[in-house]
Design a protein around this ligand. Structure first.
Ligand code: ASP
Length: 597
């Protein structure tokens, strides 16, 4: 990272694959042996919005205190390594800290984190959509400067903010983790330290391209959680989706559950959230007058919290009439259940009555996610009403469980893997899956190298994870980028491969594509949000001069496409333009002159 010394520390890992430093650890085949490697540095931005984690007792009760957190964290040895910080070439800013190295397998990178405090710090009960926008803007502004993000937030409305950000962050490719605590971090016994530590380790080490929420040793999908306990450290529940990760002795990521964008678009934020939305919880005896009042203009959409699997009374024509009048006025009604677990269906006549009047089924969305989704979708003013309703019924960010489309090919269909499994004397489902997971990275990388799209598809259909790195942390996307297999690159991106994967040498697919002058691939990776790090950008000058000297026009084009300023000076202060003029490569002189004009 920019201006920072390379870390000198190295660690020993015992089991192959457990401490790889890229996106996803290669699956584990217990082959024994050890490996040691220097740790790469990563940058995490911590956006402090307030909440109990940084609160102190004041005359009116607990409230956040500004400009206190970074200084306090610097005094906590598990959250700041002052010796390492002192060893670095440049002095860290007052709000930048270094997470100490740990001998546990869970840490394979040096995590440098900067705290950005929003003003004013808020108890999350005081938050509004304007605050969601403020956070989203910070994410946008800092997206390319950091590898991952942690958002400190009060627990009361954390599920709403997590849900809202999950929709506002379109084509997300990096990890965003919200966390906070039930007891301030300044107290002797508190949950803030463990929550912050876990969130930093996850945001710094894994590319989980989701808005997540980390609490009490679990990482959840942000739009699946709800606050269920005001007193326990175990404050959140994700009733319809298992955690994305469990932080036990190791941090185990449930990669099969991780949501991935299936397009090749760049990260952007959508801030136009519609405020004319609300939550209406029905109850026995609710009056038609109350429903009518709630649905009055300017209301444009409501989440109707119904009973059980989406039922509302069908013996109450007065009530149904008010709902019908609202849908006729184009008010969008999204049906969610009051139950913590389970999904809306039209199993019962009482549920079907709602469906028949144009109410959209919200499947198993939490009310928080449903409200945020409604606000997001209704904010898309370019869409027609039908398009908005369609979007509401679709799974946009993993917020709902959608029905499986077609049967999946199972492991049983792979003769090759079965043969290997037989040879290894494994037979049960779990062992077969382990063999598949162990073989997938190597097979997928080989297929990416030869451009064998069918093989990649077969591996994916078997449930193989095409984002896993091999033993050097090289993913199929790295390999396909080197080879310039555009079709494969596109397929991998559409099946959720991350452009931010780093191999053990710190190289991303974009760096690989530049090295091999794969211009089409560079263009596609850039469209998908790939970018060079500050250090790569800063170090490019000398390489550019060398390319200019050798008249390597494709090399220069590759760097240019990757977003590098070709006027940068090399180590001796010369620009590539001066170098090429001296060397006399006419075509390159013309190319650089055109860029400069
Ligand atoms: N009232 C606090 C908040 O949401 C509660 C917490 O952070 O735990 O900001």
């Amino acid at each position: 990272m920019a201006g920072l010394a390379e870390p000198t520390g190295s660690r020993v890992c015992g089991v192959l694959g457990k401490a790889l430093c890229c996106t996803e650890p290669a699956p584990v085949l217990e082959l024994g042996g050890g490996c040691s490697r220097a740790m790469a540095e990563v940058r995490v931005l911590v956006i402090n919005t307030g909440g109990t984690i940084g609160m102190v007792p004041q005359s009116e009760g607990l409230a956040p205190e500004a400009n206190k957190l970074a200084g306090a964290l610097k005094k906590i040895p598990i959250l700041h390594d002052s010796a390492y910080a002192a060893k670095m070439h440049i002095r860290l800013g007052t709000d930048t800290l270094v997470l100490p190295h740990s001998n546990q397998q869970s840490q394979n990178k040096t995590i440098i984190y900067t705290i950005l405090e929003l003003s004013p710090l808020l108890d999350s009960s005081n938050m509004t959509p304007a605050d969601w926008r403020k956070i989203a803007k910070q994410l946008e502004e800092n997206y390319e400067k950091y590898d991952g993000f942690v958002i400190l937030h009060g627990t009361d409305t954390m599920a709403y903010t997590a849900s809202a950000l999950s929709f506002m962050c379109e084509n997300l490719g990096k990890t965003i983790v919200l966390t906070g605590s039930q007891v301030p971090i300044y107290e002797l016994r508190n949950d803030g330290r463990a929550n912050l530590l876990g969130a930093l380790l996850i945001a710094g080490q894994f590319v989980i391209p989701e808005v997540c929420l980390y609490f009490h040793n679990k990482l959840y999908r942000g739009n699946r959680v709800t606050k269920v306990d005001a007193e326990s450290f175990n404050a959140f529940s994700s009733p319809n989706l298992p955690p994305l990760a469990n932080a036990e002795i190791d941090i185990t990521i449930n990669w099969e559950t991780v949501w991935r964008a299936s397009n090749t678009k760049k990260f952007e934020i959508h801030t136009n959230m519609n405020s004319n939305v609300g939550l209406l919880r029905i109850f026995p005896g609710i009056t038609a007058a109350a429903v009518k009042a709630f649905l009055q203009s300017p209301m444009e959409g409501i989440v109707l919290e119904t009973y059980g699997s989406g039922n509302a009374p069908n013996n109450r024509p007065d009530l149904l009439d008010e709902l019908k009048k609202a849908t006729d006025r184009d008010v969008v009604i999204l049906n969610c259940t009051q139950c913590l677990r389970g999904t809306v269906s039209s199993l019962y006549a009482t549920g079907k009555a709602l469906k028949d009047m144009g109410v959209v089924a919200g499947a198993d969305m939490t009310p928080e996610a449903a409200l945020a989704k409604l606000s997001y979708v209704l904010g898309k003013s370019e869409l027609t009403l039908d398009e908005k309703k369609k979007m509401l019924s679709e799974n946009l960010r993993g917020e709902m469980t959608s029905m499986p489309v077609g049967a999946k090919i199972t492991l049983k269909d792979s003769r090759f893997i079965q043969e290997i499994a037989r040879y290894l004397h494994v037979s049960c489902k779990e062992e077969l899956a382990a063999v598949r997971d162990a073989l997938t990275p190597s097979l997928a990388c080989a297929a990416a190298k030869t451009g064998d799209l069918d093989a990649l598809k077969a591996l994916q259909n078997m449930g193989g994870n095409l984002s896993s790195g091999d033993f050097d942390g090289r993913t199929p996307l790295h390999v396909a980028s080197c080879e310039g297999n555009l079709e494969v690159v596109e397929y991998l991106l559409k099946t959720g491969a991350t452009v931010y994967a780093k191999d053990r040498f710190g190289a991303t697919p974009l760096m690989n594509a530049i090295q091999f002058r794969q211009l089409d691939v560079i263009y596609l990776l850039r469209t998908t949000g790939a970018h060079l790090s500050n250090q790569e950008l800063m170090n490019a000058g000398t390489e550019l001069c060398s390319l200019a000297f050798n008249g390597d026009i494709d090399g220069l084009k590759a760097w240019h496409l990757a977003g590098v300023d070709l006027n940068q000076c090399g180590y001796d202060g010369e620009t590539p333009h001066n170098v090429v003029k001296a060397a006399g490569h006419v075509e390159v002189i013309e190319f650089l002159s055109q860029l400069m004009s």
